[in-house]
Design a protein around this ligand. Structure first.
Ligand SMILES: Cc1ncc(COP(=O)(O)O)c(C=O)c1O
Length: 350
């Protein structure tokens, strides 16, 4: 810490991202990336010609990309805004709508509490139920913005759309942000509710289901006035937030429905296989609607399991916090990677 750091920032506890190792021969199941490469259409789109145009600033409206997202979701372009990862648009939402307060669960995406602190949004932290489900009734009488990851991370559990509807009906004067980073691996999305609810903002990402984590691309969808508010923040901070190559990559990925579906279906199939195997090995496994599995071994603690896997070149994620210490979060990789994980786990149990 330098002597120049503002007093107000001295107590800030930054978000801790999962490890991005430099060595190559690891099975990397720790940050919920896709195990598959981007669509071949993405590789075509990011051409030498596109690279040669990098001397120009990027399109601030991200026109082609917004058009592709809007068409895929049955919305108007004015109902979509793109960002440098969904982290950025979530941060914009905290800045735009959270000054009076933000409510979110105790076990959820770790960045929410960091943004609440950074942007001075008073946080109301609601404990999840003992089975890690969301206590919906505790979010029914909010005086401030609500943020829910649905499906939630790191639990992988999803609230049904009927519950999201109840939440929106109960909070007509509060904004409800549904962070759908993982919704492509679930059965439902709140996007269909956007025309009905002016208090709904849905945030999604290209990082998980569209194989573009390194391109840093996210987006939010909602009624026009909400998107205009987010643009007010974006244009007060960094209008060129999505670079030209990422715009082209994102548009191509969004338009390649066949590739998207085939990767997603392979992950869902590998998830189902792995869940069954883990259960048969005595793990407690939460039913996942995401591209990861939150599971607790019964033969050792979560941290011990992580360390044993790490010694065998498999990376998973663990949080040393009270309620979830027994669990690890395992990203669903290819079927082959999951078979290796199960094989190694069987050897550990022996
Ligand atoms: C629930 C949730 N929301 C948002 C994000 C941010 O994703 P990105 O910034 O890569 O779009 C993540 C990343 O892991 C996440 O788990």
């Amino acid at each position: 810490m330098s002597r120049f750091l503002s007093d107000a920032r001295k107590s800030l506890a930054p978000y801790t991202p999962g490890e991005q190792p430099k060595v190559m021969n690891l099975i990397k199941l720790n940050t919920n990336e896709s195990p598959f490469p981007p669509s071949p259409k993405v590789i075509e789109a990011v051409s030498a010609d596109a690279v040669s145009k990098l001397r120009l600033y990027s399109d601030i409206q991200t026109t082609g990309l917004v058009q592709a997202i809007a068409e895929r979701n049955g919305l108007a372009p004015a109902q979509v805004i793109t960002s440098n990862g969904s982290d950025e648009i979530l941060a914009f939402a905290f800045q735009a709508f959270g000054a009076e307060g933000v409510a979110f669960p105790d076990i959820t995406y770790g960045f929410y509490s960091v943004w609440a602190e950074l942007f001075s949004c008073p946080a109301r932290i609601v404990p999840l139920n003992d089975d890690f489900t969301v206590p919906l009734e505790s979010f029914m009488t909010n005086t401030h913005m609500v943020v829910l990851a649905n499906p939630n991370a790191p639990t992988g559990l999803a609230l049904p759309l009927s519950d999201i509807r109840k939440l929106l009906d109960a909070n007509p004067d509060q904004l409800v942000v549904i962070d759908e980073a993982y919704a492509d691996f679930a059965d439902e999305s709140a996007v269909s509710l956007i025309p009905e609810y002016e208090n709904l903002l849905v945030v999604q990402t290209f990082s998980k289901s569209r194989q573009l984590a390194g391109a840093r691309l996210g987006f939010a969808m909602g009624q026009e006035c909400l998107i205009a508010d987010l643009n007010r923040i974006k244009f007060s901070f960094n209008p060129y937030n999505v670079n030209s190559l990422t715009q082209l990559a994102g548009e191509a990925a969004m338009r390649d429905e066949a590739y998207f579906t085939s990767c997603r279906d392979k992950i869902i199939a590998a998830r189902g296989w792995t869940e069954k195997e883990l259960i048969s090995l005595g793990f407690t496994v939460l039913p996942s609607k995401t591209n990861f599995i939150f599971a607790a071994p019964n033969f050792c603690g979560g941290q011990e399991y992580l360390s044993a896997l790490r010694e065998r070149n498999i990376l998973v994620r663990h949080w040393n916090s009270e309620r979830i210490r027994d669990y690890v979060r395992i990203t669903v990789g290819t079927q082959e990677q999951m078979e290796t994980l199960i094989q190694v786990t069987k050897e550990l149990i022996k």
